[in-house]
Design a protein around this ligand. Structure first.
Ligand code: NAD
Ligand code: GLY
Length: 363
């Protein structure tokens, strides 16, 4: 088992990464507050892992609530189901919520923990590649609004993160690729050697080679933990973790949450941001091609939906958490492995990028 630390002073916490980590009471016990534990999962993940996880918490009063599965349920109405269960079971202020699932469950449970009785403890047990490399770490929690992705939420850190790499064996291929999008993101924004390692190891990752997956998760979490420790509340460098997200969130919202997987939208969003970086004179054509090749080799879509024209992108991108004084701030690449944040972007170049990345047929 690898143990990393997210260094946030009194709110620091460990990330445990390894095989066969579910169902281990000694691993979770130090991070439980009080005697009541609410396991929150969904209809897909609960039948696979809930009973195993319950064993780890058997010395506590352990209850569970099972939510519907899907990005389209990441909203305030579903969040209320968690509060209903907590109140019906008379959960006290000193209690612990456990998120067992992908990023949707993790984001919602974290937000529920931030709100219930003004804040209770929570533990992240991420079960998708995407949630193990990204969403379970760093304390961004929340839900979607029909007009904008992740628009309602809070910064709220877990007490620990337990990433059991065995759980990735039950993921389908599309979900694995979606997770790889966020892995590729780290190489692009801040780690050229990792990008090069991904170019060499993409086939091993797609084949779920345990050593390759363990290295990719470990390296991604190291990079994310360092960024979060430097800028927990995104007043600076943390915004680079949103590379591809301005375009990607627009795709998710415009197509209706759940049609494009988050990671798929981010993969295509990163290509749009790459194209824009090149049009602004920061990236060479050869680098653009390398990035497109890597995203394509991860079996991610490389074209935006055909029905999303410039006006549609602009409408959705105007509702982005990076918007400041009405202007959209983009995360771009000034070189492979080096991201910058800018609002100084020529609308004509942006339009050209969007038009160049339309799919030929309806996506
Ligand atoms: P997800 O949570 O929807 O999970 C994907 C699918 O896989 C779901 O159907 C889920 O039930 C299923 N699943 C989960 N674990 C499984 C397993 N082990 N075996 C089989 N099926 C399994 O999606 P995701 O890609 O994990 O997360 C995407 C979400 O994360 C988005 O809402 C996104 O906004 C959010 N996110 C948050 C952050 C953050 O910093 N908080 C960062 C990135 C993404
Ligand atoms: N996924 C972006 C962040 O955590 O900041």
């Amino acid at each position: 088992m690898q143990t990393l630390n997210v260094d946030l002073g009194a709110r620091s916490y460990p990330i445990f990464i390894g095989k066969d980590l579910l169902g281990r009471p000694e691993l979770v016990a130090p991070y439980v507050s009080g005697h009541q534990v609410m396991l929150v999962s969904n209809e897909t993940v609960a039948p696979l892992y809930l009973e195993k996880v319950r064993r780890a918490f058997s010395r506590f009063q352990c209850e569970s609530v099972i939510l519907p599965d899907g990005e389209e349920y990441k909203n305030l109405e579903t969040l209320n189901l968690i509060f209903d269960a907590l109140l019906e079971k008379r959960f006290e202020r000193k209690c612990t919520l456990v998120a067992l699932g992908g990023g949707v469950i993790g984001d919602m449970v974290g937000f529920a923990a931030a709100c219930y009785q003004r804040g209770v403890s929570f533990i992240q047990i991420p079960t998708t590649l995407l949630s193990q490399v990204d969403s379970s770490v760093g304390g961004k929690t929340g839900v979607n609004h029909p007009l904008g992705k992740n628009m309602i939420g809070a910064f709220y850190q877990p007490r620990c993160v337990i990433a059991d790499t065995d759980s990735l064996n039950s993921l389908d291929e599309r979900q694995l690729s979606a997770g790889l999008a966020e892995v590729i993101k780290y190489g692009l924004i801040c780690d050229l050697p990792f990008f090069e390692w991904l170019e060499q190891n993409m086939l091993a990752l797609l084949a779920r080679d345990p050593a390759a997956l363990a290295y990719a998760i470990d390296r991604s979490c190291q990079l994310k933990a360092a960024v979060v420790a430097a800028d927990e509340r995104e007043s600076g460098v943390r915004a680079t973790l949103n590379f591809g997200h301005t375009f990607g969130h627009a795709i998710e919202a415009a197509t209706g949450y759940g049609k494009w997987l988050h990671g798929e939208a981010i993969g295509t969003g990163m290509l749009l941001a790459t194209d824009l970086s090149a049009r602004m004179g920061m990236l060479a054509a050869a680098d653009v091609q390398r990035i497109e090749n890597l995203i394509d080799s991860a079996q991610l879509p490389t074209r935006a939906p055909a029905n999303m024209d410039y006006a549609t992108f602009m409408r959705y991108m105007a509702v982005d958490k990076k918007v400041e004084a009405g202007s959209i701030r983009f995360v771009l690449l000034q070189a492979l492995g080096q991201a910058i944040i800018t609002s100084d972007c020529d609308p004509q170049l942006l339009k050209a990028t969007i038009e160049a990345h339309h799919a030929i047929v309806e996506a």
